[in-house]
Design a protein. Structure first.
Length: 64
């Protein structure tokens, strides 16, 4: 899953990113034991920059 705005990691404002569970093809939500959150390219990782990334309120809620 990729966030559409590359500048999100440099934003000084809090950003909400809603991801529908339906976008995770083949993933059984009740079987998830770990989650990894990263910044940059998984295929071509590069160490650039420094800072702190704050992740808040990861949750799963029933669709309304």
């Amino acid at each position: 899953m990729t966030y559409a705005d590359d500048t999100a990691v440099t934003s000084l404002n809090w950003l909400e990113w809603k991801i529908p569970l339906s976008s995770f093809t083949g993933v059984k939500a009740t079987a998830v034991k770990k989650m990894y959150i990263g910044v940059g390219s998984r295929d071509q990782p590069t160490r650039v920059g420094a800072g702190t990334l704050l992740v808040d309120d990861i949750r799963v809620i029933k669709a309304q």
